[in-house]
Design a protein around this ligand. Structure first.
Ligand code: SF4
Length: 669
């Protein structure tokens, strides 16, 4: 007889799938973690990161007690201290800095290291209350969200469960076979024809019926070429366009500049390939277009998403079962996150998280950042322009606190390092940016060592700093949050979640058909092929193509590895057994530089360099290289990862990161 107790748990990784599981615990020990079979996305399996989650939770490398720095910044030398003295140092230092330099000299730095909404947003209550600098969350998806807002009024699109009804799935700049394995399995089940647009022959591209291997950053030219092809071949859906869009003439004029010949020259593809691809996009219905997050991490990332997003509108694939656009569905979750985070007590400055290095080094910032509080993030691995990030973190007049499960590269620079809980050790509520489910994560085991959740830490800190009104139990926060849900979230309660583990959004259809009412959240209520919002913000109403040139000959792409979640798991051998120190380059580029497979090479540009191993690969074309990450620099030869070469310039719209606009040279080391 199974005498274990069952807990509803959720994989907290920054992943489209947000898998739900049952964790069984007996005598305080975890017996098993199993994927739920009755959840429309999880469907009974976990990826390796989920299957081996216990090796992460119980890693011998877990940080078990607070540490205080005793060595130089970056050296990673610490001594153990008690929580009492850690909190007393922390509260005392924050109060002193508040008094001497003002609240904006304090900068919280966080992202999606834990996707649970309470662990993610509760710490903001204190920062909002004191009026600390605001962190602009731009590292991931902001350009694409802005792009879709211009034309559709929202980024929320296809329910991934509706992909079973698609006849064609165009996977554009995304590798779901690695990064959204459950959504990929739905596509595989659908029997749809899969076409991939990607500069790299990824696993998804390798398994697809067709792969268009275009030059990086040329996607908007390709998309406008497809629109031009649709119009000139009379394959556009005139009735749909007439009823549901505005601005067709302006778009048609712009698209007419993108002839087959011109597009093929810009994108580096053959005319036959283009015609086959365009023919599929325009003739096969219903067609789903999946736009990856990586594509918009480019200087021209916004215009690329804008252009791609208009293909399903012109071809009449919006609002129909099995058709549409998929990018990020977080906007379906209408609950008001300020129930968790509170609201700012005053107007304060905002600092773009991609520009951390500049923010820490900018002598003109008034006041300068004097206190950095890092949680749910590892900026000394994931931020671009690492030389500047580290120069900033090394400032002696900067006090840095890191709350994490492990002593990361960032923690090595911290004055205080505080142990954080894993998902099994704390309660939370999860939304997702993939499927349409809300889920609860119950606390299944006691914290390892002296670890504390983000909300326990900030409840304690808030009380010590004289703000007891900010303190609240996570269950009470969850009730308040769910109580603000409207529309598809209306009536979802904590009680229902505690009974079932997860609840599907209450959409009228199952699967949900996005925009089935053909009402759009734009000012006109229609799809704005020529966007008035974009024009009001000083942009062109219709997307175009901007050629991006670099000072170095090879464009280095750095997407995420299948077995990593951003920088998480690189230190967990049981999960990440892969090669975080390889760069795939084409045969031509390797031969021109005398590089052989397996050679140690130096990848460099004016921003910095890293030592890595060359993998001569047919998966990239001449002038393109790819390395998968994000590796912990300190675990690599030379202590540097690819982000020592990436830049902190931001995208054309949304202030987004531009990791994939990175030009380098590669030479034998
Ligand atoms: S990383 Fe993603 S696919 Fe893997 S278990 Fe977690 S949510 Fe599921």
């Amino acid at each position: 007889m199974d005498t274990s107790r069952k807990f509803f748990t959720v994989c907290p990784r920054d992943c489209y799938d947000t898998c739900v599981m049952i964790t069984r615990v007996e005598g305080g020990q975890v017996n098993s973690i199993r994927a739920r079979a009755d959840h429309g996305i999880t469907r009974g399996f976990l990826c390796k990161k989920g299957q081996r989650a216990l090796e992460y939770v119980f890693s011998p490398e877990r940080l078990k007690y607070p540490l205080r720095r005793v060595g130089r910044k970056g050296e990673g030398k610490f001594e153990r201290i008690s929580w009492e003295s850690a909190l007393s140092i922390l509260a005392g230092k924050m109060e002193k800095i508040l008094e001497e330099y003002g609240p904006e000299s304090i900068l919280p730095y966080s992202y999606a290291g834990h996707m649970g909404l309470i662990n993610r947003y509760f710490p903001q209550r204190l920062f909002n209350r004191i009026g600390a600098s605001d962190l602009d969350y731009t590292i991931c998806s902001s350009a694409g969200k802005e792009a879709l807002r211009y034309h559709y009024g929202t980024a929320a699109g296809m329910d991934p469960e509706d992909l079973v009804n698609s006849s064609l799935v165009v996977v554009w700049g995304m590798n779901p076979a690695w990064t959204a394995q459950h959504i990929y399995s739905i596509i595989a089940r659908s029997g749809a024809k899969v076409v991939v647009v990607d500069p790299v022959k990824t696993e998804t591209a390798g398994r697809a019926e067709m792969h268009l291997q275009l030059k990086p950053g040329t996607d908007s030219a390709l998309a406008l070429g497809v629109i031009n092809y649709a119009i000139s071949e009379n394959l556009h859906d005139q009735e749909f366009i007439r009823r549901n869009t505005i601005g067709f003439d302006a778009l048609a004029r712009r698209a007419s500049e993108f002839t087959v010949e011109k597009v093929c020259g810009i994108c580096g593809i053959g005319e036959g390939e283009f015609l086959e691809f365009a023919g599929e996009c325009c003739s096969t219905k219903p067609a789903a277009f999946l736009i990856g997050l990586g594509i918009q991490r480019n200087l021209n990332g916004g215009e690329m998403v804008r252009a791609i997003s208009l293909i399903p509108a012109v071809t009449g694939n919006i609002g129909r079962r099995g058709g549409g656009l998929f990018y990020s569905n977080s906007a379906y979750f209408t609950a008001d996150l300020t129930a968790v985070s509170g609201v700012p007590s005053r107007a304060r400055r905002s600092i773009n998280m991609v520009r951390l290095g500049e923010a820490l080094l900018d002598g003109r910032l008034d006041p300068p950042v004097r206190f950095l509080f890092v949680y749910n993030s590892n900026p000394a691995a994931v931020c671009p322009d690492q030389n500047r990030v580290r120069e900033g973190l090394a400032r002696e007049d900067l006090f840095t606190v890191v709350h994490d499960l492990f002593v990361t590269d960032t923690a090595d620079y911290a004055d205080l390092v505080l142990p954080a809980t894993s998902f099994l050790e704390c309660f939370d509520i999860h939304f997702t940016y993939g499927g349409l489910y809300v889920a609860v994560n119950e606390k299944a085991i006691d914290p390892i060592g002296e670890a504390r959740s983000n909300y326990d830490l900030f409840n304690e800190l808030s009380a010590r700093m004289g703000y007891p009104e900010l303190c609240e139990s996570p269950e009470s926060v969850a009730r308040k949050l769910l109580g603000t849900g409207t529309g598809y979230m209306d009536g979802i309660t904590l009680e229902e979640l505690m009974e079932k583990g997860f609840v599907r959004l209450r959409t009228p259809q199952m699967p949900h058909v996005a925009f089935s009412d053909l009402r759009f959240r734009t000012p006109s209520g229609k799809i704005e092929l020529c966007s008035g919002l974009a024009q009001a913000e000083g942009l062109e109403g219709v997307p175009g193509f901007t050629e991006i040139k670099g000072d170095y000959p090879i464009r280095l792409l750095s997407p995420f590895h299948r077995d990593l979640s951003k920088s998480q798991y690189h230190n967990i051998g049981a999960i990440f057994g892969g090669d975080a120190q390889a760069v795939e380059i084409s045969r031509e580029d390797a031969a021109a530089r005398g590089i052989s497979d397996g050679d140690r090479v130096r990848v460099f540009n004016a921003r910095g360099d890293c030592i890595i191993r060359a993998k001569v690969s047919p998966k990239v074309k001449r002038g393109v290289a790819v390395t998968y990450g994000i590796a912990w620099p300190k675990l690599l030869e030379g202590g540097k990862n690819v982000n020592f070469t990436t830049g902190s310039e931001t995208s054309d719209i949304g202030g987004c990161s531009t990791f994939h606009t990175n030009f380098v040279e590669i030479e034998r080391a």
